[in-house]
Design a binder for this molecule. Sequence first.
Ligand SMILES: C[S@@+](CC[C@H](N)C(=O)[O-])C[C@H]1O[C@@H](n2cnc3c(N)ncnc32)[C@H](O)[C@@H]1O
Length: 480
Amino acid sequence: MDYFPAFLNVRGRSCLVVGGGDVALRKARLLLSAGADLTVVAPETCFSFANFIDDNGLWTLRRRFRDSDIDGHWLVVSATGQPAVERAVYEAATAAGVFCNSVDDKGNCSYITPAIVDRSPLVVAVSSGGAAPVLARKLRAKIETLLPAGFGRLAKLADKWRVRVAERIDDLRGRRRFWEAVFGGPASGYAIGGRVDEAEREMARLLADFENSPATAGEAWLVGAGPGDPDLLTIKALQVMQVADVILHDRLVSDQILSLARRDADLVSVGKSPGCPANSQQEINRLLVSLVKAGKRVCRLKGGDPFVFARGGEEYEALVAADLPCEVVPGITAAAGCAAYAGIPLTHRDVSQSVAFVAAQGKDSVDRLDWASLARDRQTLVFYMAVKRFPELMQELISHGRPASTPVAIIERGTQPDQRVVRGKLGQLALLGEAHRIKAPAILIVGEVAAMGASAIPHATDCADVPGTQSDVIYAKQRP
Ligand SMILES: C[S@@+](CC[C@H](N)C(=O)[O-])C[C@H]1O[C@@H](n2cnc3c(N)ncnc32)[C@H](O)[C@@H]1O
């Protein structure tokens, strides 16, 4: 982040606007509406600015800017459109330790102003840090359409009830939950729709409920974060991340996804890396149970889906055994996400009528697999955690009857910007893994479908093949 976002309290503070045109007028309007004590410096003002000055009785210096104009001011906006003047204002302000914004002139700014959606007292500010103001304005326009005009009424109502609620619910967590119930329930709909009396009756009812039975019990959600692309999070996953006090997350959950959590949530990594010491599953279960018992709302965030090769079932059982509330929020599992981003249909009417998800983590689990049934044709196999087991998988499938010419695709870091897709034939699998230095996380898809979608994906590009394997059957795909 290049700029620190903040809202300034200018009420009753001396602010200076340099310039007399329409842009300066817009800035003066905003400052005045926020309660600033305004002075204008401009040799001339446009007609509407002159009227605005008269209507509001603004102190105006009808001459060119002088360095000494900065004296006694708290904030400066320069909107003359003349680079030399903007520079002079900025330098004088900076020398005096006063914040200065020169409109559309980032080089002469010590602060920049965002595009805003005003539903006072609720204000949404959007900024691109000066990099793409038009993009910020476009986003603002989208937000405008999402926030009905009555949103301000809801915020005003919340302000009216703030003290009363603080007096009756004395702990912070309880208050947060009360407000979540208000904003997520019928009271907010009433207020936004202008039925303020009904909104207040509903709030009074809720407040009484909270007083009688304080909502301080903890709860847990086992949430799937998908295979990596943050756009693949479900809406529900995002909602849970926004309310959870603690997020216990796996190693595979990216920083980009974690950045969507509530700002003040505790983020705790309980990840297991292959070959590295990590929290045992029992420790994770114990931590989860103890946090929920302590009244925390805990989001247990896992890569992919929490109930697919993620030991979510054990965590669910631990919570249920402790009589604690727990909800499961499914996520897009790696097989579905990676296949989609590689253009590979997991089933296909012509060649595959079933799909099996198979864990191939250790030698023991590979030895226990029912190879005869896995080797049957017209089915797709998706192997998870299989990077180290390619030679055995190849050997077992071929010796149980799956032809060596069966297409395979290895998808490494699927759905992420550096996704790689390596394609070939089952008989080359061990070589493919080695030659392309495949690393976890990766999935292996075996079956006729693995040859599909090679060039169908708009964000995929071919890259060079590897010596020692046949060039016509290998592609590595990368998203830009
Ligand atoms: C412990 S399992 C977790 C599976 C997860 N719960 C799911 O539903 O996708 C970890 C394995 O999932 C697969 N995996 C997870 N994310 C992946 C990704 N972005 N690309 C490729 N494989 C991935 C890899 O096989 C990895 O070794």
